[in-house]
Design a protein around this ligand. Structure first.
Ligand SMILES: [Zn+2]
Ligand SMILES: [Zn+2]
Length: 339
C-alpha cells in the first residue's frame, strides 16, 4: 500500500509499505476517508518538533471499516468510524477511568502518525490502518455527520473539549476566555466553538491572527487582537497559545477558584508561572496530553446535535492525491484530506 511519509523538513513522499494485517481477533482494518491535520503536524513538517524523520504521517481521521477480527461484534465492514490517535486497550485501570492516553496495555505514548512507536502503528495518510482493540477504540460516526467535518475528533477537537467541557459541566453558563494561536491554531478555535456549543454565557478569544479571529467570530466568540496583562476575570480560561505571554494572560485572567487548562506544548524554554497570584486566588492549572478516546463521543454528539459546527474551522479540503503538496504549503489552520 501507499503511505505518506515525512522524510525531511518541508518534504513528504508517498512510499510503498506492506499492507497491515489484523494480527488479532480483536482488531480491525480501516481505510481512512477524511484525514485532518493536527496542529502538531505543522511543527513536525517544519522540522521544529522533537520527532525526527522518516515516519508515516497523519493521526486524525474518519475511516471506513474494511475487515474485522472474529471477536469484533459491534462493527461491520462499510461503517464509518472516528479513530483515536492514541492506541488504548479499554481494559486496563487507566482506560477504565477514562485515562486512555496513559493506557498500560500498550507501550507508553503509542500513537499513530508520530511518537516513539509510530513505526509499529503507522499513520492515517495510508491506504489501510490496523486498529487493535477495535470495539473499544473505534467510535461509529453518528448519523447526519459529515466525515470531513469531524475528522479532527480523533485529537484536536477532543483536546479542545477537555478544556471547557468538564469545567462548564461544573459551572454551567460560566464565561470563558480562550487564548489561541499555537501553531496553525485550530485547538483554540475548537475550544471557543465548544464553549459556545456548551452554552457559555460569553466566549472571549484572543489571537494576533486576523484570519483566526474571523473564524472565532464565525463560531460565536468575541475577539481581541492584543495580549494585555489581564482580562476578565473568567471562571474558565484556556491557554492554546504555546506562548509564555499567552499562558500568563490566561492564568492572570482566571477568577478566584477558577480553572485554567493549557493545551500548549512548551518544547523549549519553560515559561514562568504567576504562582503567587495563582496561590492567592486558588487557581487550578491543568496541562497534559488529552485522553482522546474518552472525549471523542462528546464532540461527535455535539456535532450530530447541530450545536457544534466544526466545519467552520476547516480552512481547506483537498483531494487525497494532492496531500503531499497541500501539507507543505503554509497557511492552513485546518486542512482536511479526503477521498
Ligand atoms: Zn495531534
Ligand atoms: Zn488500556
Amino acid at each position: 500500500m501507499q503511505q505518506l511519509t515525512y522524510t525531511a523538513p518541508h518534504e513528504l513522499q508517498w512510499r510503498d509499505a506492506p499492507d497491515p494485517t489484523l494480527g488479532s481477533d480483536d482488531a480491525a482494518l480501516v481505510r481512512p476517508r477524511a484525514v485532518a491535520t493536527c496542529d502538531l503536524d505543522a511543527l513536525i513538517i517544519s522540522g521544529i518538533s522533537p520527532f525526527r524523520p522518516p515516519f508515516p504521517l497523519g493521526h486524525e481521521c474518519v475511516a471506513e471499516v474494511v475487515e474485522i477480527g472474529d471477536r469484533v461484534s459491534g462493527l461491520q465492514p462499510g461503517r464509518l468510524v472516528s479513530v483515536p490517535f492514541q492506541i488504548s486497550c479499554g481494559q486496563c485501570e487507566p482506560c477504565r477511568r477514562g485515562r486512555t492516553g496513559n493506557c498500560t496495555g500498550v507501550p507508553w505514548m503509542s500513537t499513530y502518525g508520530f511518537g516513539p512507536s509510530v513505526e509499529r502503528w503507522g499513520g492515517f495518510l495510508s491506504d489501510l490502518v490496523c486498529v487493535p482493540y477495535a470495539e473499544h477504540m473505534l467510535v461509529p460516526l453518528p448519523d447526519g455527520v459529515e466525515a470531513a467535518a469531524v475528522a479532527s475528533a480523533s485529537d484536536n477537537m477532543s483536546d479542545a473539549w477537555r478544556t471547557v467541557g468538564p469545567a462548564l459541566a461544573e459551572d454551567p453558563g460560566a464565561p470563558v476566555l480562550v487564548v489561541g494561536g499555537a501553531g496553525p491554531g485550530s485547538i483554540g478555535l475548537y475550544a471557543a466553538a465548544l464553549a459556545v456549543a456548551l452554552s457559555a454565557e460569553s466566549v472571549q478569544y484572543v489571537d494576533a491572527s486576523l484570519e483566526r479571529r474571523e473564524l472565532a467570530e464565525a463560531v460565536g466568540a468575541t475577539t481581541l487582537a492584543e495580549t494585555p496583562e489581564r482580562l476578565g476575570p473568567f471562571p474558565i480560561t484556556v491557554d492554546s497559545s504555546a506562548s509564555p505571554e499567552g499562558l500568563a494572560l490566561a492564568l492572570r485572567s482566571t477568577a478566584p477558584d477558577g480553572v485554567c487548562t493549557s493545551t500548549g506544548i512548551y518544547f523549549g524554554e519553560q515559561p514562568s508561572l504567576p504562582l503567587l497570584e495563582m496561590y492567592i486566588k486558588g487557581i487550578t492549572f491543568k496541562t497534559g496530553r488529552v485522553h482522546a478516546r474518552a472525549a471523542m463521543p462528546e464532540v461527535l454528539q455535539l456535532a450530530a446535535a447541530g450545536a457544534l459546527h466544526p466545519e467552520l474551522i476547516t480552512t481547506r479540503i483537498t483531494p487525497w492525491a494532492d496531500a503531499a503538496a497541500a501539507l507543505v504549503e503554509p497557511g492552513w489552520t485546518k486542512l482536511v484530506i479526503e477521498r
